[in-house]
Design a protein around this ligand. Structure first.
Ligand code: 5RP
Length: 225
């Protein structure tokens, strides 16, 4: 199977996983990226079994609406029954790096309101140690150079993602050459830098379930603590 076919397989598996849990008044949290796009497409097949969705990006909101799925403002929703999203890396604790698509802040906000976080990823995203994928950090534009200098002090090598403006009007620094042995501590340390909106480590709120697409089928993994 190609990487794309693995993404489709986990997206389908996510719909099968959540379908029995959904009630007519439930709102589903939906992530961003190519795997999340496949999830949205399959979610349309069961759109009559839930009330609508909250999206973690304008792009996902548009795709949901094209399928006739109602998109809610997060402020009008108390709790999401589930949040489904892709990742750039996952370790065995289901701590993630996310933000390859620059949607990390909204993703982190939406997942904070969800009862269950289901991550969907192909096997290329599975790692022993997080950090080979450059860690995205969303930054207020005027703080870019200051934050970059502070990230160097933490041992990283930040690179400005040129030409990218987030849905929140901010910029992204991708931090290379990190070997992230303590994801929770690093997540907190980076978020303490003035001018950082948030970073792409999802360790304080890891995924609850990872549906991992492999050549032998989709594997369901739960965090090992
Ligand atoms: C977007 C994300 C995506 O979930 C992550 O980049 C994975 O993307 P894809 O499913 O296209 O491989 O965090 O900000």
């Amino acid at each position: 199977m190609t990487q794309d076919e693995l993404k489709q397989a986990v997206a389908r598996a996510a719909v099968d996983y959540i379908a029995p849990k959904l009630h007519a008044d439930d709102i589903v949290g939906v992530g961003t990226g190519s795997t999340a796009n496949y999830f949205i497409d399959y979610l349309a097949d069961i759109k009559d079994s839930f009330a609508g969705a909250v999206a973690s990006s304008d792009a996902s909101a548009e795709r949901l609406k094209k399928h006739g799925i109602e998109v809610f403002d997060l402020n009008s929703v108390h709790q999401l029954v589930v949040y489904v999203d892709g990742a750039d890396e996952s370790n065995a604790q289901l701590e993630l790096i996310k933000g390859g698509g620059a949607a990390l802040t909204r993703e982190k906000i939406v997942v904070a309101t969800a009862k269950e976080f289901v991550c969907i990823a192909d096997e290329s995203k599975w790692v022993d140690i997080l950090g080979a994928f450059p860690l995205p950090v969303e930054v207020i534009p005027m703080a870019r150079s200051y934050v970059a200098r502070e990230l160097v002090k933490l041992g990283g090598d930040p690179v400005y993602r040129e030409g990218v403006v987030t849905d929140n009007g901010n910029v992204i620094l991708d931090v290379h050459h990190l070997q992230i042995l303590n994801p929770k501590e690093l997540e907190t340390a980076i978020n303490q830098i003035t001018g950082v909106v948030t970073n792409g480590l999802f360790a304080r709120r890891p995924a609850d379930v990872l549906l991992l697409g492999t050549q032998s089928g989709v594997i369901t993994l739960r965090a090992k603590y």
